[in-house]
Design a protein around this ligand. Structure first.
Ligand SMILES: Nc1ncnc2c1ncn2[C@@H]1O[C@H](COP(=O)(O)OP(=O)(O)OP(=O)(O)O)[C@@H](O)[C@H]1O
Ligand SMILES: [Mg+2]
Length: 375
């Protein structure tokens, strides 16, 4: 499923960048502000329809232009017997007025979920700590990305539950609703919310052993556990929890309990990972979480693209090498950026296609090989 070709137009300082990445390792170096992160941002946009740097599309569309366009060819999955199908085109255009036009194989997509299905990515960047220090919503999104790829039934249950929750909250906001009327509305919410919760529990059970294994390869001394806070008292069913909170919900005008409050708790034996670990250790934990998610997906026969922005940020040479070693073993397509090529000097296996690129003021070129030999 790797990207065979990537064309980016009018994204930040990338006026026009076209290149053929390696199906394995792509190393991009260049000075601050040269446009390295913007390459990864383009791939992220293609996968999720949104940037990881800003929710405002106006900030990433190139100044004094009216739209940015990203296009890629996705290599088909190898099939036995009937030969190969042709590469799948995937394209996205975002206009200054906000209009988004995204296409897969020439067809306009109905939902951004189709992009994520076609091009799953995992991003490890200097902002990765947000997974630990941000709001529960960020960790729920992380968890649900994994559940979505792991369990085909999840997306329908999740959509139905979201709809039921929105209806309930709008009834609550309007007020003047009796316990009994609310109880009638709650039946669908309980059914779908319990399903969503079960999917999350099942997924986490699969993720935990993979996470532990990945983390110990990165750092054998770190002891970190993952727990799902499901959004209500673990001793109660969702129906019991809603029963207990119905009067409070009517009074407060919103739903106080349920899967919308779920959180993934990341703990060390002495407390929350965020309080107990150094910055570098936190980055290792977040990297292990993301690699573990990717590994689970790969083990289920899918593939994905890893984006590692600013590899050296917070990581010493030993841990940079361990991270690269883990990524190498996944046999996925990887894009890694760093200000200098010497900071990405891991010895990749000779069987791997490693391509070095240099970014200079928005222009991407193959890194001159003589410079690499000197460094
Ligand atoms: N909307 C925009 N239009 C044009 N240029 C922009 C826009 N937004 C940002 N830029 C510029 O584009 C460049 C984007 O750089 P980017 O963040 O990709 O660099 P980088 O190589 O990752 O740098 P660093 O090493 O500092 O992380 C910067 O020079 C920035 O000033
Ligand atoms: Mg950058």
């Amino acid at each position: 499923m790797p990207l065979q070709r990537l064309d980016i137009s009018q994204l930040r300082n990338l006026s026009k960048v076209q290149f053929k990445p390696s199906p394995h390792v792509n190393l991009i170096s260049g000075a601050n502000g040269s446009g390295k992160t913007s390459i990864l941002e383009a791939i992220h946009l293609l996968s999720l329809g949104r940037s990881f740097r800003s929710h405002k599309h106006k900030t990433y569309i190139q100044k004094e232009t009216s739209e940015c366009v990203i296009f890629a060819l996705i290599e088909p999955v190898q099939t036995t017997g009937l030969g190969l199908s042709s590469p799948q085109p995937i394209g996205l255009k975002r206009q200054l007025d906000g209009v988004l036009d995204a296409r897969l194989s020439g067809q306009k997509i109905q939902s951004l979920v189709e992009l994520t299905q076609a091009l799953p990515i995992q991003l490890i960047n200097p902002d990765a700590f947000r997974l630990l220090e941000g709001t529960p919503k960020i960790r729920r999104q992380f968890l649900d990305w994994g559940v979505f790829h792991h369990s085909p039934g999840f997306i329908n249950a999740w959509r139905g539950w979201q709809k039921a929750l929105k209806q309930r909250n709008s009834l609550l906001r309007r007020g003047k609703i009796s316990d009994n009327l609310l109880l009638a509305f709650d039946q669908e919410l309980i059914r779908l919310g319990s399903e969503v919760n079960q999917y999350r529990h099942d997924y986490l059970e699969s993720l935990i052993p993979v996470f532990k294994q990945v983390l110990s390869s990165l750092n054998a001394t770190l002891e970190v556990s993952l727990q799902l806070f499901q959004g209500w008292d673990a001793q109660k069913t969702l129906a019991q929890s809603l029963d207990a909170s119905r009067s409070r919900d009517i009074e407060s005008g919103y739903s106080n309990t349920g899967p919308q409050r779920a959180d993934l708790r990341v703990k060390t034996p002495t407390g929350d990972a965020l309080d107990a670990l150094s910055r570098g250790q936190q980055k290792l934990v977040v990297s292990a979480l993301k690699i573990a998610q990717g590994k689970l997906l790969i083990e289920s026969g899918r593939s994905l693209v890893f984006l590692v922005d600013d590899l050296p940020a917070e990581l010493d040479k030993e841990h940079r090498d361990k991270l690269c070693q883990l990524l190498e073993a996944l046999n996925s397509q990887i894009f890694i950026t760093s200000v200098g090529p010497e900071l990405m000097d891991y010895s990749w296996s000779e069987t791997i296609d490693v391509r070095h690129f240099e970014m200079k003021a928005g222009e991407l070129s193959h890194y001159p090989s003589d410079v690499l030999q000197e460094s």
